[in-house]
Design a protein around this ligand. Sequence first.
Ligand SMILES: [Zn+2]
Length: 426
Amino acid sequence: MLITDVDVLSASGKLQSGMNVAVNDGRFCYIGKQIPDGDWGERINGSSLVMIPGFVNAHTHIPMVLMRGYGDDMPLDKWLYDRIFPVEDKLTGDDVYWGSMLGIAEMIACGITSFSDMYYYCANISKAVLESGIKANIGRGISCFDDTKRFADLPAHDELVELVNVYKNLGDGRILIDAAPHSEYTTRPDILSDVAEFADMHKLRVQVHLSETRKEHLECTGRHGKTPASVLRDSGIFDLPVTAAHCVWLTDLDIEMMSGYDVTIAHCPQSNLKLASGIAQVEKMRRAGLKIALGTDSAASNNNLDMFEEMRTAALLAKGVSLNPCAMPACEALFMATRAGALAQGRHDSGDIKQGYLADFVLLDKHRPEMVPCHDILSNVVYAAGAASVKMTVVNGRILYRDGNYLTIDIERAIYETKRCVRLLM
Ligand SMILES: [Zn+2]
């Protein structure tokens, strides 16, 4: 396709006005002032549009849209044990498939082109990813509460092996498989070491929850005499590329130590606020050189999957807690929501608008009320835009969503089936 006369906003917030962007074979093949020769297929007049890189949701549990709004304003333990776990005990692959499809639909409509997920029934999640056209790094959550079992004895091990053998790189590389030890407090150091060895052998990246709550942090220190971050390091997890979700309770020493490894923090400000987990010290982490991406966490604790909201919350929180309105400027928030997430997923040729990169992008409507006037497009995108501003979402050069319509998802059916699953589950 060829998009003419469009404003292009890079992941780092640099604006190029009146550009012509050609996409061929799933990649940006020309970005410039000239209209390139050739038959580009569909031609889109971009004069009222701004192109931004697609958002990367760096931490979620997509099937948990089934539990959206099922238990809010409750203490964390009560929420988990009385509401979430009993439902999860009953989940079937069919539930997970339809919950994933609905969650993907929600994400596509607000400009998300890729997400990192940790859950189970991952074959069903993968199926929804393949059919919908979105990208995902899929991790089978690994936890172990039986002291007699090693990693290789766990169902999660067998599911991960199947994912690696069958699903890795499917859909032209849209599906990547990650190793996903749930956390320090739901595993043991020897399980973490085995997972690290497995991930190293199969060249997988790692997703993990880290220091989300004070309780987790204190109990780990009591159990092991060291912080959760130290446990992950000593188990070899940090020897791999890692996306660590939350990191609310990292110590200064943790931050310093982690900056020496290939770790990206998946900052989830809305979930942390809603569950009253605390506020991650993002400015401190950034100054220490840690990489930071953004995640919504699940719809059970957010309660939506909207990266516009997450980006804005991250920027506002950083300013509010530091009493510094210059903290986390718009350009940094946009980078965290896009390119930083793609890099954390190991998708080095995605997450920005550059010639040769995969064409994962979003077109926003500059004529929407919330986008007018336009003193600064970057400011409008980060501080004013929302899902309603999204005109089109494109992944690998394929249009998935346009003018409110889904091109790859039967949305009526996804809503109907999700409601049916929820009725049976609850
Ligand atoms: Zn999570």
